[in-house]
Write a protein that binds this ligand. Structure first.
Ligand code: BES
Ligand code: MN
Ligand code: MN
Length: 455
C-alpha cells in the first residue's frame, strides 16, 4: 500500500486540475437546454475511466441519460465492489449568489467551489484517482470493481431501477460503495448507515377560470391561495407532528442504544442554528435535532406559487395556487402507502370551493444497514487510515433511492463512504468540497479496496 499512498501524495495538485475539467461541464439533468452537456459529461467520464486503466468502459443507453459502465475484474477470489455515483448536478439558480462561476471551479481557502464539487462529481473523482494509483503502481486492484455512474440522480433516477433489473447478472457483486454524502463534521469522519426515503407531490388548486377583481368578486368565491394555506396548515401541528392519519404507523422507533450513541456525538445545537442563520430550531417535539433529521419522517413545503407577487399592489383574487410538497420517510415507511395516505388526506381536508389536482413526482424508499456488517467495518478502518481519526457511525436525512434497490434487487449491502461536509452547500449557491477531505478521501478509498479485500 505504501507505494500507492506515495503516488497519491505526489500527484495531489494534478488531481485538482483534472477535477476542474470534470466540474467545468454543466451536467444539469433537470434542464432541457443542458441535455448535450449531460451527455458530454458521461463521455468525459468514460474517457477518464479508460485513462486510469479500467476495462470494458462504455455508455449503456437508457430511455433517459446513459449509465456509464466500467470494470476491472482481475482479482481472482477477491470480493467485488459495485461502485455507484452520479455525474449529473443540480441547477445553479440563483446565479447571482455565487461568488465564483459555478462551472469554473475555483479554489479559495483550501476548498474547491463549483456545482458538483461535493455532489457528486468530486467524490466520484476521488475514487477514480484511488483506482488509478493502484493500477499505475501495482498493475492491479486488491478487489474486483464494477462502476456504474448515473446521469439522472438529481431528477429522481426514473430509469435506474429498470437498469438494475435488466443487468442483474452483470452487476453481481459483494458490496456497493457510494460516496455521495457528507461526513459528520469537519475533522470527524463518519460512515453512514441510514438514509431517509422520499415522496414528492405537486398540488394544483383552481378557484375560477381567470383572475378576478377582488373588489367586484371578493366575498363571492374562495381564494385558492388562502385555501392552499389552509390545506397545508392541516398537514402538520404546532409540535411538528405530521397530521396525515396513519403517517407514523410503520415508523420504526429509535433504539435506546442508538439514541444514547447519538447523544454522545459532538453536536452543538447553538452552533448549528447559528451556522444556518435560524433564529431558533424547530422540529417534532420529543426528539433531538439529530433524531429529527436522521430518524424521524417530516412533511415539507418545497415551494408555493400564487397571485400577485410583483412590486406595488394589485387587487386581485388569483385563479390558481400551486405548491410542491414532499415527505422524508424513515424505515419502515413505504412510499406508495404514504402517498396514498397523503392523497386521501388532501381530498378530505380540501373544500369543494376549488378544484384540486395532486400529482405524484419522484421518490424512493428509506434505507438502513447494520453497522456490524463486515464491509461497513472495513470502511471504518479505511476512513480511519485516510483521515487519522476514528470515524463515528451516523445516519443522514437525505435520500439516495437506488440504495434500497441494490438491497432488494441485488441483495447487496451498501457502504456510504462520504467525505463532504455539512456546510458543503449542496443544491445551493457556492457548493464546495474541502480539498483536505478530497485528498484524504482518495487515500481512504485506496485503503478501502484493500480493507474490503481483507474481508
Ligand atoms: N447526495 C444526495 C443525497 C444525500 C444528501 C445523502 C444528504 C446524504 C445526505 C443526492 O444527490 C440527492 O440530492 N438526493 C435527492 C434525492 C431525490 C432527487 C430523489 C434528495 O435527497 O433530495
Ligand atoms: Mn448526490
Ligand atoms: Mn443531490
Amino acid at each position: 500500500m505504501n507505494n500507492v499512498i506515495d503516488f497519491i501524495n505526489t500527484h495531489r495538485d494534478r488531481y485538482v486540475d483534472e477535477l476542474k475539467q470534470y466540474l467545468a461541464i454543466p451536467s444539469i439533468s433537470a434542464l432541457p437546454e443542458h441535455k448535450a452537456d449531460v451527455r458530454r459529461t458521461a463521455e468525459w467520464s468514460t474517457e477518464e475511466m479508460r485513462r486510469i486503466g479500467l476495462q470494458n468502459v462504455r455508455l449503456i443507453e437508457t430511455p433517459g441519460f446513459p449509465v456509464v459502465y466500467g470494470d476491472w475484474l482481475g482479482a481472482q477470489g477477491a470480493p467485488t465492489i459495485l461502485f455507484y455515483g452520479h455525474y449529473d448536478v443540480q441547477p445553479v439558480d440563483p446565479l447571482e449568489l455565487w461568488e465564483s462561476p459555478p462551472f469554473e471551479a475555483t479554489v479559495r481557502d483550501g476548498e474547491i467551489y463549483a456545482r458538483g464539487a461535493a455532489d457528486d462529481k468530486g467524490q466520484v473523482f476521488m475514487h477514480f484517482k484511488a483506482i488509478e494509483a493502484h493500477l499505475k503502481q501495482n498493475g492491479r486492484l486488491p478487489v474486483n470493481m464494477k462502476i456504474i455512474l448515473e446521469g439522472e440522480e438529481e431528477v429522481g433516477s426514473a430509469n435506474l431501477d429498470n437498469f438494475v433489473k435488466d443487468h442483474r447478472d452483470e452487476l453481481k457483486a459483494d458490496v456497493v460503495v457510494i460516496s455521495d454524502s457528507p461526513m459528520f463534521d469537519r475533522g470527524i469522519p463518519s460512515i453512514c448507515y441510514g438514509l431517509r426515503g422520499l415522496v414528492y407531490f405537486q398540488i394544483d388548486l383552481r378557484g375560477t377560470k381567470s383572475d378576478l377583481h377582488s373588489g367586484s368578486f371578493g366575498g363571492a368565491v374562495a381564494n385558492p391561495a388562502f385555501v392552499l394555506a389552509n390545506v397545508l396548515a392541516q398537514m402538520k401541528d404546532r409540535g411538528g407532528h405530521v397530521k396525515i392519519p396513519g403517517f407514523y404507523d410503520d415508523v420504526r422507533e429509535l433504539r435506546e442504544e442508538e439514541r444514547d450513541q447519538w447523544k454522545r456525538l459532538p453536536f452543538n445545537e447553538k452552533r448549528y442554528a447559528k451556522e444556518l442563520g435560524a433564529p431558533r430550531l424547530f422540529g417534532e417535539t420529543g426528539y433531538s435535532t439529530l433524531e429529527r433529521v436522521w430518524a424521524r419522517p417530516t412533511f415539507e413545503v418545497n415551494g408555493i406559487l400564487s397571485g400577485f407577487t410583483g412590486e406595488g399592489a394589485k387587487t386581485v383574487i388569483p385563479a390558481v395556487a400551486m405548491a410542491k410538497v414532499s415527505m422524508r420517510l424513515v424505515p419502515n415507511q413505504d412510499p406508495d402507502k404514504i402517498a396514498q395516505l397523503f392523497e386521501d388526506h388532501i381530498k378530505k381536508v380540501a373544500p369543494k370551493t376549488v378544484d384540486v389536482k395532486v400529482t405524484r413526482m419522484h421518490g424512493g424508499k428509506p434505507w438502513m444497514t447494520e453497522f456490524d456488517n463486515k464491509f461497513v467495518q472495513a470502511a471504518g478502518r479505511a476512513i480511519e487510515k485516510g483521515f487519522g481519526k476514528t470515524p463515528v457511525f451516523n445516519r443522514e436525512g437525505g435520500s439516495i433511492p437506488v440504495v434500497a434497490t441494490f438491497q432488494e434487487i441485488l441483495g447487496l449491502p451498501s457502504v456510504l463512504f462520504g467525505v463532504g461536509l455539512p456546510d458543503e452547500n449542496a443544491h445551493a449557491p457556492n457548493e464546495k468540497l474541502d480539498l483536505g477531505n478530497f485528498h484524504g478521501g482518495i487515500i481512504a478509498s485506496a485503503y478501502l479496496y484493500d480493507e474490503v479485500a481483507k474481508g
